[in-house]
Design a binder for this molecule. Structure first.
Ligand code: C2E
Ligand code: CA
Ligand code: CA
Ligand code: CA
Length: 279
């Protein structure tokens, strides 16, 4: 056992070294990635739990790295943050996602209330005093109605934001933009956030959905969370729904929207169009 233990330590150090090397390589490239048009956005549908129609779509950034292939945001967002590039990437994603939805609205004659676009906001963006005008600019640049945009924020980013964050979020929602609380149930999960902040919807973290039927006590927490959110009049989005069983549970509990591999992984704009918009 000791032998294995020692080997494990070695392996771990080895991969740690590899990670550092990989990071150094990515660091050289990420500075140029925006200019070289290497970022792309993938789209994952949010399906109405009752009508089974697609009601929303979440924009998720990807990096088409020239030699490493398609990189997931968990591989590079932290690095982008360290290098002060997260704001630029975030604004690029916001613009791309708004333009994409406007294009789909025009192409497929979609009303504003038919399909909404969800975009993740980093802590950095949330702290930016120009947030309101950055969002307004993105909407105005493609003439998209604010009511079509939903910004996903996490509780940890709220906590690390300045004191006047409530007012600033209120300004955003007064424009008609909606806010959703992402990864709910992980981290802070304070009732205070649900009631102090102008939140429209709550996204139950996928870890709860993944744990469904594995631990009875956790299922009770999940049930209570959904009930509580509904009691507050919030829309509930279940994310990470992968199986028919998880789907049935979320539907029975009254979740409004379902997002997860059961319906679709995040896919390119072209694939999304083919799968959900072309009739
Ligand atoms: P998130 O906002 O919680 O996004 C959901 C993540 O869960 C996505 O991973 C999505 O691909 C994945 N997912 C969706 N359905 C399922 C499922 O059924 N099973 C499992 N196991 N996973 C599922 P992705 O695209 O790798 O993004 C990871 C995280 O990176 C996101 O988590 C978000 O925090 C961040 N992120 C992605 N795009 C952006 C962006 O444009 N801006 C910012 N600030 N963060 C982003
Ligand atoms: Ca999200
Ligand atoms: Ca999430
Ligand atoms: Ca997350």
């Amino acid at each position: 056992a000791k032998q294995t233990g020692r080997n494990k330590v070695c392996l771990y150090n080895g991969s740690l070294h590899q990670e550092t090397q990989k990071k150094a390589l990515l660091e050289q490239d990420i500075h140029q990635a925006l200019a070289l048009n290497q970022f792309t956005v993938h789209y994952q549908p949010q399906i109405c739990a009752r009508t089974l129609k697609v009601k929303g779509v979440e924009a998720l950034v990807r990096w088409q790295h020239p030699t490493q292939g398609m990189l997931s945001p968990i591989m590079f967002l932290e690095l982008a943050e360290e290098l002060n590039l997260i704001g630029d990437i975030g604004q690029w994603v916001l613009h791309s996602a708004c333009h994409q939805l406007k294009h789909w609205q025009r192409q497929y004659h979609l009303n504003d209330d038919l399909l909404s676009m969800s975009v993740n906001l980093s802590t950095f963006q949330l702290q930016d005093i120009n947030l309101l005008s950055l969002v307004s600019d993105a909407l105005a640049s493609c003439d998209l109605s604010p009511s079509c945009l939903e910004l996903e924020i996490t509780e940890s980013s709220i906590i690390h934001s300045p004191e006047n964050i409530v007012e600033r979020l209120n300004e955003l929602t007064q424009q008609g933009v909606k806010l959703s609380l992402d990864d709910f149930g992980t981290g802070y999960s304070s009732i205070k956030h649900l009631h102090l902040f102008p939140i429209h919807s709550l996204k139950v973290d996928k870890s709860f959905i993944a744990a469904y039927k594995q631990k009875k006590s956790q299922d009770k927490v999940l049930e209570a969370m959904i009930k509580f959110a509904k009691y507050l009049g919030l829309s509930v989005i279940a994310e990470g729904v992968e199986t028919a069983e998880q789907l049935a549970f979320c539907q029975a509990q009254g979740c409004d929207l379902i997002q997860g591999y059961y319906y679709s992984k995040p896919i390119s704009a072209i694939d999304f169009e083919a799968k959900y918009l072309i009739k």
